[in-house]
Design a protein around this ligand. Structure first.
Ligand code: ZN
Length: 268
């Protein structure tokens, strides 16, 4: 999420140890209120959720599969062996952890068989993460920027790819870097997707060891949290697979049920 994002619902900033600016929207009672806490309800904007209901002890772990043009060049040059962290997926399967996976179009192009295989696994649901992981605001970390005129096309390109590979993909979408503003939400409204934000950044990007990732998630996750981690591994997220076991066991020991975003938002 970028500073300067539109205030769609009253928000209180939530401090996170990672230093990543992470808004958390507070559901407000209103006549138009739906059963989607944290969802924006403006009609001409892409809806955004930041977390699920605060009450049931449920948490959604989500994993983004980034692939930028420069990551793909590293792959092609052989400097990075793979941007599919199969050890992470194996851990999720071994621990029976439902998860929501957000795939970039470039990643699906690189790993079409993996995409189909993940889609067939009932543990997982798949959403999109743009075509090539450029940002939808200026100054979003070091990401390039999608021009306004190309925003809808870019997002639809990934959705078409996902639909081609997967028969029943979700309409969940995640902004690269979590960066968006009112312009992006307006441009993307016709896509028919819902943006899934977060209230717990997993801090696994460019991590130097698994421990800070585990600490970050376990100390910030709470009822209804949406946790963002990454499934591309390689040089960009090298310790997610080592962190996931302690994270899952830690959350379950505290009584949390791990669910997909769809299950989280559906409630009980
Ligand atoms: Zn990403």
């Amino acid at each position: 999420m970028a500073p300067g994002a539109p205030t769609l619902t009253p928000r209180s900033p939530s401090a996170t140890p990672s230093g990543t600016p992470t808004p958390s929207s507070t559901p407000t009672p209103s006549p138009a209120r739906t059963d989607r806490p944290g969802a924006s309800r403006a009609t001409n904007l892409m809806p955004v959720i930041q977390h699920g209901p605060r009450g049931p002890q449920r948490i959604a772990l989500t994993f983004d599969a980034d692939l930028t043009a420069s990551m793909r060049r590293r792959l092609q040059a052989g400097t990075v062996k793979s941007y599919y962290n199969d050890q992470l997926i194996a851990e999720l399967r071994a621990l029976r952890v439902p998860a929501t996976l957000f795939l970039t179009g470039l990643w699906m192009e690189q790993y079409p068989d993996r995409t189909r295989e993940l889609a067939k696994d009932p543990l997982f649901e798949l959403g999109t993460h743009t075509y090539d992981h450029r940002a939808f605001t200026k100054h979003c970390y070091t990401l390039g920027t999608v021009p306004r005129a190309e925003m809808l096309t870019d997002v639809r390109r990934a959705v078409v790819q996902l639909d081609r590979l997967v028969p029943n993909a979700t309409r969940w979408f995640r902004f690269p870097g979590g960066c968006y503003d009112g312009t992006a939400l307006h441009e993307l409204a016709p896509a028919g997707l819902t943006a899934v934000g977060l209230d717990v950044p997993g801090a696994d990007g460019f991590a130097k060891s698994p421990d800070p990732i585990v600490k970050q998630v376990l100390s910030n996750a709470r009822d209804g949290s949406i946790v963002v981690l990454h499934m591309h591994g390689g040089d960009n997220a090298p310790y997610t697979d080592e962190a996931i076991g302690p994270i899952v066991r830690g959350l379950r020991a505290r009584g949390y049920e791990l669910v997909t975003v769809t299950e989280l938002m559906r409630g009980r």
